[in-house]
Design a protein around this ligand. Structure first.
Ligand code: ADP
Ligand code: ADP
Length: 234
């Protein structure tokens, strides 16, 4: 069963008056467990709109989306929020960490919302920070960490509820190339452990760490192909 199954998805934004922006049209895609997909395309081609839809942050104008076998359009907003929190981890370009909280507190936060008891939260957050190579920085605040270290905290946070799917929107966009490769090494290691990853990037070098690439243009999916020899970050 696919983690993501999308059929003929479309999203239209209505600007004032009669103007419609066709941000996505006729997009169909299946993503199976264990895949690592890079989403590419020029600015304005629909990448963010697509990620917002598969992340259940927005609803399509038409078309179907099954997340882990559940038809998303049939879910209420509350059910959708629960699905999102349980099944999807998000990583962003700007890290989006809480500045006053330590690494371990940031990683623990989604588990607070999921109602997990404190001692279990701490145990899991520790394990996750070790997994992303930040075992020695658990009590540091974001301002005391480098960009790459902050992104590792964000990845650990994204994993805290044991998601089936990691969605990363330009996760290396704020990082230098050496640090970007380190982050891609973390992603590849997680993917090797079975995590399904969909990553948006406009950098071909970064996209080559994925196992499959899809390209958007003018709201359409115009290319979908395997990466025959993915870059290895190790
Ligand atoms: P990126 O390509 O880095 O994902 P954005 O998603 O911020 O950039 O924006 C992509 C395009 O979408 C831009 O042309 C921007 O003007 C437009 N856009 C984004 N959000 C809105 C919005 N709320 N209203 C109108 N246009 C928007
Ligand atoms: P990308 O992420 O590839 O840059 P987007 O998905 O942000 O592309 O944008 C796709 C199209 O939809 C663009 O033409 C953009 O201007 C438009 N768009 C995106 N978000 C909005 C919005 N909230 N309101 C109106 N138009 C938008």
């Amino acid at each position: 069963q696919p983690v993501i199954a999308v059929r003929d998805l479309a999203k239209t934004y209505r600007l004032g008056g009669k103007t419609n922006v066709y941000a996505l049209r006729g997009v169909s895609l299946d993503v199976y467990p264990g895949e690592f997909v890079a989403v590419m395309g020029p600015s304005g081609s629909g990448k963010s709109t697509f990620m917002n839809l598969i992340g259940c942050l927005d609803r399509p104008t038409s078309g179907e989306y099954w997340l882990a076998g559940k038809l998303v359009s049939r879910l209420s907003s509350d059910e959708l929020a629960i699905m999102r929190n349980r099944l999807i981890g998000f990583v962003f370009q700007g890290f989006n960490l809480l500045g006053r909280s330590t690494a371990i507190q940031n990683v623990g936060l989604p588990m607070v919302y999921a109602g997990i008891p404190k001692h279990i939260r701490e145990l899991r957050a520790r394990k996750l920070l070790q997994l992303v190579g930040l075992g020695a920085r658990m009590n540091h605040k974001p301002s005391e960490l480098s960009g790459g270290q902050q992104q590792r905290v964000a990845i650990a946070r994204a994993l805290s509820n044991g998601p089936s799917l990691l969605l990363a929107d330009e996760p290396t966009g704020n990082l230098d190339s050496r640090t970007s490769i380190e982050i891609m090494a973390v992603m590849q290691a997680l993917n090797e452990q079975g995590l399904t990853i969909v990553l948006v990037t406009h950098e071909p070098d970064i996209a080559n760490y994925a196992k499959r690439q899809v390209v958007f243009r003018d709201g359409r999916l115009i290319r979908d192909e395997p990466v025959l020899q993915p870059n290895s970050a190790k």
